[in-house]
Design a protein around this ligand. Sequence first.
Ligand code: SAM
Length: 242
Amino acid sequence: MTQATQKSMDFDKALYVNNMFAEISGKYDLLNNLMTFGCHNKWKEETINLALKEVKEPKMALDLCSGTGDLALILNSRLPEIKIKCIDNCSEMLEIAKAKFKNLNIQNIETTLMDSENLSFQSDTFDLVTVGFGLRNLVNKEKCLKGVYGILNPGGVFSCIDLGFPVNSFWQKIFFLYFYNLVPKLGEMFAKNKEAYTYLPMSLKTWYKQEELKDLIIKTGFKKCYFKNIFGGVVAIHIAVK
Ligand SMILES: C[S@@+](CC[C@H](N)C(=O)[O-])C[C@H]1O[C@@H](n2cnc3c(N)ncnc32)[C@H](O)[C@@H]1O
């Protein structure tokens, strides 16, 4: 495959993902609650708890692929003084986040339309970078991780929560049955968008197993990385220190 063909395929994927999130933005939170039986908030809280164990008195944080802003809201509730930047390349998703921050009269969270693969911040700017269910959707995950490494302060922390692969094969069968069969139906019923919720399980096909993501993070330059499996590995939280 030529470089030009690869570039055009990458562009198509990025555009497809962008349009998909724009289409489902209004129903995104509802579907998250339904699909995870409301558990995703607890998992996101755990992501922030683990990150805050590693980083001392963070002042500046960045949330990548912020979507409707859940991780930023949890971080803000824990550390109301911290400055948080939320970025996403889908304006429809960010608008929902912005409305939430405004309703809660939160002043210290800024939202910016930005591609997580092309971070335009100065080196050594952030104490904490978070990403929730976002890295998996990127075309060039390695590029994003390199960018994150560059903008973190030395000792800064990167925390990533995303889908994982269940460790137990019986549990994996049950999970895949649910994910590949029921999730698209939920998407069709509640978001009127079966395709988007068919893409979701499909995105697992090109996603890293927990150990692989840890290796990739270490290869990027982070001096320490570990992960915690949630719900038998259906979800995993990776924590890395620069
Ligand atoms: C599954 S949602 C996750 C939203 C939120 N972080 C959460 O945990 O609920 C993925 C988000 O990543 C965003 N996204 C996908 N590709 C992106 C990119 N290249 N740059 C920035 N945001 C991106 C989408 O627009 C979407 O809002």
